[in-house]
Design a protein around this ligand. Structure first.
Ligand code: HEC
Length: 109
């Protein structure tokens, strides 16, 4: 009995560790870079097709708030005609999305 409790405690500790270490840069690479590019300039095949904004541009960065990053990732972004330009990104926890905010901000040159 004691033994299984110790395992449980260990599992809980590991779980909270991985939440702390929500890896922004790795998730950017995995979930965002195919459109936005590793540098955020959007010079990818997808980015060009979508006419994506240059996230390394300070003027573009000034247009959205941190909360918009969370909303965009969760709900996606519609273009002027109401078509989905950026799809909601699936498979990220709230902590992981929050960890992407400094990654997005760091793209600014
Ligand atoms: C399917 C391609 C695609 C993927 C994948 C994608 N985006 Fe986007 N993103 C877009 C498009 C298209 C726009 C909006 C058009 C534009 O640039 O004006 C956009 C805009 C944004 C913006 C600026 C506008 C705003 O209001 O937030 C941010 C920040 C952003 N994306 C973050 C992310 C993050 C973080 C991820 C990964 C979790 C991601 N994007 C994944 C296509 C994508």
């Amino acid at each position: 009995m004691k033994h299984s409790l110790r395992i449980l405690a260990l599992a809980l500790a590991c779980g909270s560790l991985s939440a702390l270490a929500a890896d922004g840069p790795a998730n950017w690479e995995q979930h965002c870079a195919k459109c936005h590019g590793p540098d955020g300039k959007g010079e990818t095949k997808m980015g060009k097709k979508l006419g994506i904004a240059d996230l390394s541009d300070a003027k573009v960065q000034a247009k959205f708030a941190d909360a918009d990053v969370i909303k965009s990732v969760k709900e996606g972004i519609k273009d002027k005609e109401g078509k989905l330009a950026m799809k909601p990104i699936e498979g990220l926890t709230d902590d992981e999305i929050k960890a992407l905010i400094p990654v997005v901000r760091a793209l600014k040159k």
